[in-house]
Design a protein around this ligand. Structure first.
Ligand SMILES: Nc1ncnc2c1ncn2[C@@H]1O[C@H](COP(=O)(O)OP(=O)(O)OP(=O)(O)O)[C@@H](O)[C@H]1O
Ligand SMILES: [Mg+2]
Length: 333
């Protein structure tokens, strides 16, 4: 089993409060993703769960047992970092089996577990190579393999793919999703990448300044954000926040995603001028300058001809718009 419960967990470094009153329950087998701006406390929280960082107050529980003072090696947790942290002088097989060897497991058993993990991760050809003879993606898979062989209750990943190029990120992301399905293990995964968060997570935890802003399934956060912060953080390109009073709408801002705006040359609710165009092939992003709303991003499917300084109008699909009050919270419809 791998249930994790955080009860009023806090962490201060001297006078600085980095994690504040975090309550969270992660169910056995769940894939939970932590997102939030740089410095919001994602890595610190992960390290507290792993036991690599002391807890200032509150409780970390694994399968209902408080583990606050249990050393990392006894928590049955495996952590995979952005820097692979492999031993350069050991080959892939020995890197993957090292933890088991240190735990005193028999050689034949270690070999069998490493073989199984290597097969799962497509690393069988590389077992006798050293990390220096591998690509970044292969090294990251070795680091994941080293975690798998230990059969941990909980996998913790801290931005494991951020050193990889775009194609390899996609491939490894799919491998991690498959791995989660195959192992049925509980996974907690920190990322900056919107696509990773949306595609991997059963539930996403949005953090800001050491506090949880919202927890929910990816599409729940996308379709039903509790506040302006979550609305702006989930989704890429980011949601537009229009000036609500200028549109005769209630609240401080009217949130509308770039894909929920229509663009027209002839007329519409908001008039502006094209300030920048990005042709991505499958879609086109048009940035429109429209005071008092600022820069409005419009996302159009496929190719679309537009030039800087063109006059254009946008109209929000009001059924998809969100109203936010002065406190930044969602207003009732
Ligand atoms: N040992 C430390 N002493 C003092 N402050 C620290 C220490 N470690 C982290 N912090 C501070 O705690 C805050 C949270 O850091 P943390 O590394 O958890 O952020 P993060 O969300 O992982 O950010 P990033 O996305 O950039 O990795 C930051 O403001 C950081 O400066
Ligand atoms: Mg971090």
């Amino acid at each position: 089993m791998g249930n994790l419960t955080l009860n009023k967990v806090c962490k201060s470094f001297g006078p600085v409060d980095v994690i504040r009153d975090v309550d969270l329950e992660v169910k056995d087998g769940e894939f939970c993703v932590f997102v939030g701006p740089s410095g919001c406390g994602k890595s610190t929280l992960l390290r507290m769960i792993a036991g690599l960082e002391d807890i200032t107050s509150g409780d970390v529980c694994i399968d209902a047992a408080v583990v606050n003072t249990v050393p990392p090696s006894k928590r049955e947790i495996a952590m995979v970092f952005q820097s692979y942290a492999l031993y350069p002088h050991l080959n892939v097989r020995d890197n993957m089996g090292l933890g088991l060897k240190q735990a005193g497991q028999p050689r034949a058993e270690i070999a069998e577990k490493v073989d199984r993990a290597a097969k799962m991760l497509d690393l069988e050809k590389y077992l006798t190579r050293r990390p220096g003879e591998l690509s970044g993606g292969q090294r990251q898979r070795v680091a994941i393999g080293r975690a798998i062989v230990r059969k941990p209750k909980l996998f913790l990943f801290d931005e494991p793919l951020s050193n990889l190029d775009a194609a390899l990120r996609v491939q490894t992301r799919i491998e991690i999703a498959n791995l989660h399905r195959e192992l049925g293990a509980t996974m907690i995964y920190v990322t900056h990448d919107q696509v990773e968060a949306m595609t991997l997570a059963d539930r996403i935890v949005v953090l800001r300044d050491g506090r949880i802003e919202q927890v929910g399934a990816p599409m729940e956060l996308y379709n039903n954000p509790a506040n302006e912060f979550v609305a702006g953080f989930i989704g890429s390109p980011k949601m537009n926040f229009l000036n609500a009073p200028a549109l005769g709408q209630p609240g401080r801002s009217l949130g509308i995603r770039p894909e929920h705006l229509t663009l027209s040359r002839d007329g519409g609710l908001i008039e502006g001028r094209v300030s920048h165009v990005e042709h991505l092939g499958g879609e086109t992003l048009i940035y429109l300058r429209a005071d008092p709303h600022g820069l409005i991003t419009v996302r159009l499917f496929g190719e679309h001809a537009a030039s800087v300084d063109d006059r254009a109008f946008v109209t929000p699909d009001m059924a998809r718009a969100f109203h936010f009050g002065d406190d930044g919270l969602r207003m009732a419809a």
